[in-house]
Structures are given as structure tokens and as C-alpha cells.
Design a binder for this molecule. Structure first.
Ligand SMILES: Nc1ncnc2c1ncn2[C@@H]1O[C@H](COP(=O)(O)OP(=O)(O)O)[C@@H](O)[C@H]1O
Ligand SMILES: [Mg+2]
Length: 339
């Protein structure tokens, strides 16, 4: 039975159908500013705060202050977690990280053991390009990067860490090459995107592959909200899950209250179904609606009537005039609901 590690990111766990498989390495790729760093920090932060899974963040960023500042904008106090022994923040170079991961006695792995780290985020492995742990002339090309990244992933796995590794997407030849390699080696590949839409920015997230687990495919909306962090909204066209057969599809009910119409409808409409009424202005669409609501009320089933516009006195009067029922305006600002 696979064990899933929740990211704690609203919406992301839903499209992953629970979370990331424990001990997997997830590659998060995207252009600059697409949200890779935030996603990784949020994953580790949530682990430490909500899931009793301390973690490590490794950054090759030269300016730790900026890193803390960004996190504070979302209400994440990384320093506090660090002081409580729940989070280790490491600012280093790709070369040093590799050497540390290779040696079980290294400070990094000892520290991981001390705080019982279960999660790690490495920002970014694109900087591994050409790194050489022995300080020899930098190894170039696909082969050397592949074995290096492979070793890093094996070491993370051995240390019992569920990992997110970030990778930059750019036109640069070397990056294209290293990204292909990372795509192949990672267990899960997530793509984050940032583009312009009208006057704003549209962000999205898509899971491209995930070994050993099903997920909701396609591009889902990603929002970055100050004070909250990343939130994911599942694409509406995604397959509906978990509802099974809908019980509403079998029960028919006379809702209209006009015998002739019920006959036309074949004995009524399916319960909890949606019926679209189309007609030119004045054809009686609203009236039919009032009648359905009034009929429902008479049978002890309260009804709601909503307007997608400001309701007028005439609407209210017309409601009152339909045969039965006492009507009450529940909400009357930009639209109104009579109940
Ligand atoms: N404190 C914050 N509040 C709101 N939005 C932020 C904050 N910090 C960063 N962002 C937004 O998140 C985006 C960058 O996310 P980031 O994870 O740094 O991208 P990447 O690592 O992919 O380059 C920024 O472009 C910015 O719009
Ligand atoms: Mg970044």
C-alpha cells in the first residue's frame, strides 16, 4: 500500500489524489517567477507545522535575507521553526551539497537525522549543471549530469526524504538538456507556468507524470495569495471523482404543479436535476419558475428563487400572486432570492 505525503497546499493534494508518494522525488519545473520556490518552501513548512514532518530547505540563493523576507510575506516564520529544531535552512553551493549527500557522516545528513527530517526542498538543481565534487575540471554534457542527479536522488531516497527539486525552464541549450534528464529521472514531474492574461498574470500547474499513482491531468489554476501562499483550483473539465452513480437520476417528481406540463415532462422532472427553460421575453419563463417554487412550498419543501439582476417590486408582487405560499426576500442586493 503506497503511503501518501500531503503537501498541505490547498487543491494540490486533491489533484494528486492525496499527496506525493512517500520517498519520491518530485521535479517542479517552470520559468523564473512561476512559483517553484514558493511551492517547495510551502511543502516543507507545512510538513513541519501541520504534519509533524520536520524538513530541510537547501538554497543556492546568495541572499538568505531575501529568502526570509519572501516567506514572511506569507506569514511563514522560518526562523522560529529553525529555532524549534523543526526546519533546517541551508545556503550552500551545488558542489558542497553533492559531497554532503554522498557522505553518511556529513553534517547535513547528521543534522537531518537529529531533527528527524522527512522532507527536503532543493532550489534549484539546474545549478548542478557541470558541478564536480572533486574540484576537477567541470564535467559537461548529458552523461555526467545524469549520473550526478541520479546519485543525488538515490541519496535522498536512502535518507528517507520525500523531496521536491526545482528546475529552471529556459531556452538555454544546457538547461534544455539537463531538464530532459531530470524529467526522466524524477518520480513525479510538475510543471508550473506563468503567462499574461488580459491585464493580469495567469498561473497554472500541471502534473506531467507520477510513477505509481493516478492524478488529475491537465492545467489547473494556481494562485499566489499574500498571507496564504499557493492555492490550486482544479480545472472544471477534469473527470468527476468519487461521486459514483448519482441517486438523483432515478427519482422523478411532479414539481410543476400543472398536470398538462407534468405530462409533457413524462411525469415530472428528475429530482435534483437542472432544467433549462428557454424563451423570448414575456414567454412565461419566470412565471414557470415561480410556479415550480410555489408548488414545492405547498408540499412542505422550501424553495429558493434567485435573480441574476436586481429584483424589482414587480418581481416580488408577481411572486405573491402565484397561487400559494408566503415569500420572503432573503437577499436583495445585486440579486435577490425569494424563499
Ligand atoms: N510575499 C509575497 N506576496 C505575494 N506574492 C509573492 C510574494 N513573494 C513572491 N510572490 C510572487 O511569487 C512569484 C515568484 O514565485 P517564486 O516561487 O519565487 O518563483 P520561481 O522560484 O519559480 O522563480 C513572484 O513573481 C511574486 O509575484
Ligand atoms: Mg526560485
Amino acid at each position: 500500500m503506497v503511503q501518501l505525503v500531503p503537501t498541505g497546499i490547498r487543491g494540490l493534494d486533491e489533484i494528486l489524489l492525496g499527496g506525493i508518494i512517500r520517498n519520491n522525488t518530485v521535479l517542479v519545473k517552470g520559468i523564473a517567477g512561476s512559483g517553484k520556490t514558493l511551492l517547495g518552501i510551502q511543502f516543507v513548512y507545512n510538513g513541519a507545522v501541520r504534519f509533524d514532518e520536520p524538513g530541510i530547505v537547501v538554497s543556492f540563493e546568495a541572499n538568505p535575507d531575501k529568502f526570509h523576507q519572501d516567506a514572511e510575506g506569507f506569514g511563514w516564520n522560518l526562523q522560529e521553526l529553525h529555532d524549534a529544531g523543526r526546519l533546517e535552512l541551508i545556503f550552500t553551493s551545488p558542489e558542497v551539497l553533492q559531497t554532503e549527500l554522498d557522505d553518511p557522516q556529513s553534517l547535513l545528513l547528521q543534522r537531518a537525522n537529529e531533527i528527524q527530517a522527512r522532507r527536503i526542498f532543493i532550489d534549484t538543481v539546474s545549478l548542478f549543471q557541470g558541478a564536480d565534487p572533486n574540484g576537477l575540471p567541470k564535467a559537461r554534457g548529458r552523461g555526467s549530469y545524469r549520473s550526478m542527479l541520479n546519485q543525488v536522488m538515490n541519496n535522498l531516497h536512502r535518507a528517507g526524504l520525500t523531496a521536491i527539486i526545482a528546475h529552471e525552464v529556459a531556452q538555454h541549450d544546457e538547461l534544455v538538456c539537463s531538464l530532459e534528464v531530470a524529467d526522466v529521472l524524477a518520480d513525479t514531474v510538475v510543471r508550473v507556468d506563468r503567462g499574461r492574461r488580459e491585464r493580469g498574470i495567469y498561473r497554472s500547474i500541471a502534473i506531467e507524470k507520477s510513477r505509481g499513482q493516478d492524478f488529475d491531468a491537465g492545467r489547473h489554476t494556481l494562485l499566489i495569495t499574500p498571507g496564504v501562499g499557493i492555492e490550486v483550483f482544479r480545472r472544471v473539465q477534469a473527470e468527476v471523482r468519487g461521486l459514483g452513480e448519482q441517486p438523483t437520476s432515478r427519482v422523478k417528481r411532479s414539481l410543476i404543479g400543472v398536470e398538462a406540463l407534468d405530462t409533457v415532462f413524462g411525469g415530472g422532472v428528475y429530482e435534483a436535476s437542472v432544467t433549462l427553460v428557454i424563451g423570448v421575453s414575456g414567454a412565461g419563463k419566470s412565471l414557470l419558475g415561480y410556479q415550480v417554487a410555489a408548488e414545492s412550498g405547498k408540499n412542505g419543501r422550501p424553495a429558493l428563487f434567485g435573480f441574476a439582476r436586481r429584483a424589482s417590486v414587480a418581481d416580488s408582487t408577481q411572486c405573491q400572486r402565484t397561487r400559494a405560499g408566503s415569500w420572503r426576500t432573503v437577499c436583495g442586493r445585486n440579486g435577490a432570492i425569494f424563499a
